[in-house]
Design a protein around this ligand. Structure first.
Ligand code: F6R
Length: 226
């Protein structure tokens, strides 16, 4: 899908971090895909972590993808910016200058996309968010202990995510099954941020059997290269 996107002229890729896109990035690293003329714009970064911090999303992206597959330009919010509000404005300008052709999304167990937690307005742009207990718990596996998980992050807003031309949401595992059901079959509500995707006209959802297990109808299709 990303390869096809590149062939079709996609220039700007919105990228996600976390465990979900790891296999995607491994496959891309093994492939012949060439991103040297592409631009990446990531969804989020922890407040207080910089690119040298192993738990930062900047470090993650270099390690998992950019070191092997260089892009023309890579953008992530700067978690160490001294003025976070200014950093949000700066990031909005970056997104406005580089409209996203294909946005890759994971989903939180609580239905968050990016780090837009339940209750976030659908029209927000980049903002400083307080991470919920559910998100901190889900992400503690990357840290030595839970106290080290930052309590805040900078996140691209839902308004910006919804402006992406094409969205690909990926989810694996039983712990995502409620979020997937609510996203696809529930009503569009701020309580489930991902439910807003029902209003986007080009969303592909790639899920495994476990993540799909609470949907009322689902078909298992053979693996397709993404
Ligand atoms: C990460 C991001 C988050 C994650 C979500 C799922 O950049 O924006 O929305 O996609 O928290 O995380 P994993 O994939 O670790 O289950």
């Amino acid at each position: 899908m990303l390869e096809q996107g590149l062939k079709d002229g996609a220039k700007v890729f919105g990228l996600a971090t976390g465990s979900t896109p790891e296999t995607l990035y491994q496959e891309l690293n093994k492939s012949n895909v060439d991103f040297t003329n592409s631009i990446s714009v990531n969804l989020d970064e922890y407040v207080g972590l910089g690119k040298e911090d192993k738990q930062s999303y900047s470090y993650f992206m270099n390690d998992r993808l950019f070191d092997t597959k260089p892009f023309k330009e890579n953008y992530l919010p700067d978690g160490k910016a001294s003025d976070l509000d200014k950093e949000c404005e700066k990031y909005n300008e970056i997104i406005a200058k580089n409209p996203i052709d294909i946005q890759i999304l994971g989903i939180g167990q609580n239905g968050h996309i990016g780090f837009n937690e339940p209750g976030t307005n659908f029209d927000v742009e980049t903002q400083v968010v307080d991470l919920t207990e559910s998100t901190i718990n889900a992400n503690k596996k990357y840290f030595d202990n839970i106290e080290e998980v930052p309590s805040q992050a900078l996140s691209m807003g839902i308004g910006s995510i919804m402006k992406s031309k094409k969205i690909v949401l990926i989810a694996y595992g039983l712990e995502k099954s409620d979020a997937i059901k609510n996203m696809i079959e529930g009503s569009v509500t701020k309580d489930v941020p991902a439910s807003v995707l029902q209003k986007h006209n080009d969303v592909t959802v790639i899920i495994d059997k476990d993540a799909a297990s609470k949907l009322s109808i689902f078909m298992v299709l053979p693996f397709q290269q993404i």
